[in-house]
Design a protein around this ligand. Structure first.
Ligand SMILES: NC(=O)C1=CN([C@@H]2O[C@H](COP(=O)(O)OP(=O)(O)OC[C@H]3O[C@@H](n4cnc5c(N)ncnc54)[C@H](OP(=O)(O)O)[C@@H]3O)[C@@H](O)[C@H]2O)C=CC1
Ligand SMILES: O=C(O)C1=N[C@H](C(=O)O)C[C@H](O)C1
Length: 248
């Protein structure tokens, strides 16, 4: 049976690729492709079952509220998630218990693996920092991937009983040490010509380990999006991270 799929953010960099990927999938039918000015009612009028949401941190909450109020499953890669936003989403999901939502900070398999490797390595190195590098049109910093990576690293360190990293800096300019995400410094570079890249730098006495991932084209996100579309309708509630859908 084909799944009826809609894309919100269809004119965007990743959304336009998602439209093509859904159209090319034999088991999926693209029933709506919404840009910024299209009404969300189009989704219900088109009888969509799964909505792929790839817009902007300012738009994602309104889009999810509408989808959950109308029993539409959602796969979103939009960034800007905070604990407060996740709590709000939990409330909407409680009122729509049959509905599934996948939030994937990154849909690329390489990025998901890099996050897992960083999490695995975290307890063996006393110091760790994250550097993320993106194109110069990106609205959010740090990136959703870097934020999630730092959270996973911090949780792994805490579980292993490691203390928060100390910072010896006593003199410097504001921001020079990056953003503090759960005690992990995260540095954001924005540069024309780049797409999405990340390095996790881990260091201890006499050695360093660098875990680097590069997204070179938006096509790298498509297998993850399609996997999410196929699985989320049968996973009620919130799935946070593509890793839960992969056999890792
Ligand atoms: N999880 C993942 O693997 C990935 C996630 N992303 C994330 O996806 C999101 C979109 O990225 P990207 O495609 O580069 O962004 P773009 O700016 O290229 O596209 C955004 C899309 O959303 C629409 N949009 C923007 N602002 C609003 C708004 N306030 N209300 C309604 N619609 C809006 C745009 O419409 P219009 O064209 O009219 O402006 C456009 O269709 C970002 O949060 C990004 O971080 C990106 C790549 C991978
Ligand atoms: O804006 C982007 O381009 C990307 N956004 C996501 C993020 O913030 O982590 C995923 C990927 O890095 C591309």
């Amino acid at each position: 049976m084909t799944l009826r799929v809609a894309v919100i953010g269809a004119t965007g960099r990743i959304g336009s690729e998602a439209v093509k990927a859904v159209e090319a999938a034999p088991d999926l039918e693209l029933v709506a492709a919404l840009g910024r000015s299209d009404k969300l009612e189009t989704l219900t009028a088109a009888d969509a079952q799964v909505v792929v949401e790839l817009t902007h941190p300012d738009a994602v909450m309104g889009n999810l509220e509408y989808c959950l109020a109308n029993g539409l499953h959602v796969v979103t890669g939009t960034t800007g998630w905070t604990d407060e936003r996740l709590a709000t989403l939990d409330g909407w999901l409680a009122a729509a218990p049959a509905t599934g939502v996948l939030i994937a900070p990154n849909f690329s398999i390489g990025a998901v693996l890099a996050m897992q490797f960083a999490q695995q390595a975290a307890k063996y190195f006393e110091t760790v920092e994250v550097v993320e590098l993106h194109h110069d049109r990106k609205a959010d910093a740090p990136s959703g991937t870097a934020t999630r990576t730092a959270q996973l690293i911090a949780a792994a360190r805490a579980a292993a009983g490691l203390p928060r990293q100390s910072d010896p800096t006593t003199h410097g300019l504001p921001g020079a040490r990056g953003a503090d995400v759960d005690g992990v410094p995260v540095h954001s570079v924005r540069l024309r010509g780049l797409l999405a890249h990340q390095e996790v730098l881990l260091g201890d006495t006499g050695e360093t380990l660098t875990i680097r991932h590069d997204s070179l084209h938006h096509s790298c996100f498509m297998p993850g999006i399609l996997l999410g579309v196929r699985k989320t309708a049968s996973r009620p509630g919130l799935t946070l991270g593509l890793e839960h859908l992969l056999d890792l």
